[in-house]
Design a protein around this ligand. Structure first.
Ligand code: FAD
Length: 451
């Protein structure tokens, strides 16, 4: 038992990434006194996710932690430069955005500075402490089971838990929430080091290939990262999780290889999931999920840190309202988060739709907008016993519960437009009509529905 702990804390935040820290700072700004962050690492391990667009510094300023961006540790970034939809490079210059520049981060340093800033503002930070489980007691309080650095286990009681564990959404899944995964995107990266004359490139470089897309960015301390993004089945099929094949594939790129070719050292491959996903339940009695734990965006958007900070601010405000007795505060937070994710999904289709070169590639086909269903098409659901397992396999469209509702609406047979309208009227979720049509097409392709 750790005897240095206070017996009770009002809000425990599991995860000291940008979302967890922003939630803690927002709670402090709302006057909440006893707030703790649990972070399983010391935040000194290498982390992927290094480009900060110009939209982020104003949010750091709003949180009162702008000075975590110091030039000693992070590099300035002038924009993005991409061969997307064609082999020629096009420039998106940050000069034309408010703030006029972004940053290439030493990411672990950035995360650690944010956490220390929260600590200075009175947030209790428990580094190297891992949450192992949590259950709600009869009086509504939470009892969290934790593991300290030395391996000892202990418990902590709190009124409210924030799941800020990133895309693993640990606490929410312990409460029975399910992740709805829209794809199986994986990042496969390597860090390159130069002893001297590291490339002076201040743009993030992006290049598409038939199997996915690459990005490369300069890092502080004479390093650069190159990352290939593709679906897990394709990476396995083409052996791209093996360093030798990955490096050969890198050398076949037109632009990315130029940034890395005279490096003196190359790290082992770093492999990280980058699935676009969301939780079918983001809040509950005395808890909510924030940042990537609530929903995770494709890294193409370079918006993960921005969204994590913004969602932390919203979460902090919602929790303060919940403590003040506002019974709708958590539901409103969840509805807003869902709405933003739907907007992101529409933007994601627009981005991927700009690359039209590889019509047969499963990677690009999966991500392009492809509405082909006629609104007047009659659709029928001939029920069959294996339906639950068939629907679970289609959860890149909608959660199985929603797919089930769509099927039920097609018995007796109806026109596609009627099914969509009825679904949107009956569903308690904020889902765009576009996504419902895509789900109907998926159900038809898999012959769960018939025309
Ligand atoms: C390949 C790739 C490239 C990316 N590039 C960019 C980019 O250039 N720009 C950008 O803005 N975003 C980028 N992102 C996204 C960005 O990194 C995330 O969106 C952002 O980190 C989300 O912040 P978060 O606080 O929600 O989660 P995280 O940053 O994942 O933080 C979660 C924290 O929870 C801790 N934790 C987990 N489990 C436990 C536990 N049981 N107990 C205690 N602590 C726990 C973890 O140690 C971690 O510190 C990228 C993502 C990927 C995959």
């Amino acid at each position: 038992m750790n005897n240095n702990l206070p017996p009770e804390i009002d809000v425990v935040i599991i995860g000291g990434g940008p979302a967890g820290v922003a939630t803690a700072l927002a709670l402090k700004n709302q006057g909440e006194k006893r707030v703790a962050i649990l972070e399983k690492t010391r935040q000194d391990n290498f982390r992927i996710g290094e480009t900060l667009p110009p939209s982020v510094p104003p949010v750091l300023e709003q949180l009162g932690v702008y000075d975590v961006l110091t030039e000693d540790e992070h590099l300035r970034s002038w924009g993005n430069c991409s061969a997307w939809g064609g082999s020629q490079l096009g420039f998106q210059d940050f000069f034309f955005y408010p703030g006029g520049q972004g940053w290439h981060l030493n990411r672990s340093q950035f995360d650690a500075s944010l956490t220390r800033a929260a600590q200075k503002r009175g947030v209790m930070v428990m580094w190297e402490t891992t949450a192992l489980g949590g259950n709600q007691l009869a009086d509504g309080q939470w009892r969290l089971k934790l593991r300290a650095k030395d391996g000892s286990q202990f418990h902590l009681k709190t009124s409210f838990v924030v799941d800020a564990t990133g895309n693993r959404s640990l606490f929410a899944t312990w409460q029975g929430a399910n992740k709805v995964r829209m794809d199986s995107l994986i990042a496969v990266a390597s860090v390159f080091t130069w002893d001297k004359n590291a490339p002076e490139d201040y743009y993030t470089l992006v290049e598409t290939t038939e199997l996915g897309w690459w990005y490369a960015a300069r890092l502080p301390h004479g390093q650069a990262i190159a990352t290939f993004m593709s679906d897990s089945n394709l990476l396995q099929k083409y052996g791209l999780l093996q360093a030798k094949n990955w490096t050969t594939y890198l050398q076949q790129t037109q632009h990315i290889q130029k940034l890395t070719h005279d490096a003196t050292k190359q790290s082992r491959l770093l492999i990280q999931p980058a699935t676009s996903q969301y939780l079918d339940q983001m809040t509950g009695d005395g808890w909510l999920a924030v940042g990537d734990a609530a929903c995770t965006l494709d890294p193409l958007a370079s918006a993960g840190i921005y969204k994590a900070l913004q969602s932390g601010i919203k979460a902090g405000e919602a929790i303060a309202l919940y403590f003040a007795g506002n019974g709708n505060a958590l539901t409103t937070y969840e509805l807003e988060t869902r709405h933003q994710f739907e907007v992101y999904l529409q933007d994601r289709i627009k981005y991927y739709d700009q690359e039209k070169r590889w019509n047969k590639s499963p990677f690009w086909r999966l991500r392009r907008g492809r509405v082909s269903l006629s609104p007047a098409q009659p659709i029928f659901f001939p029920e069959f016993p294996q339906i639950p397992s068939a629907l679970r396999r289609l959860n890149m469209y909608l959660p199985p519960k929603d797919l089930q509702l769509l099927c039920q609406l097609c018995n007796p047979s109806k026109n596609a437009s009627h099914v969509v309208a009825q679904f949107l009227a009956q569903s308690d979720r904020q889902i765009s009509a576009y996504r419902v049509i895509e789900a109907l097409q998926g159900l038809l392709e898999q012959k769960i529905l018939t025309t």
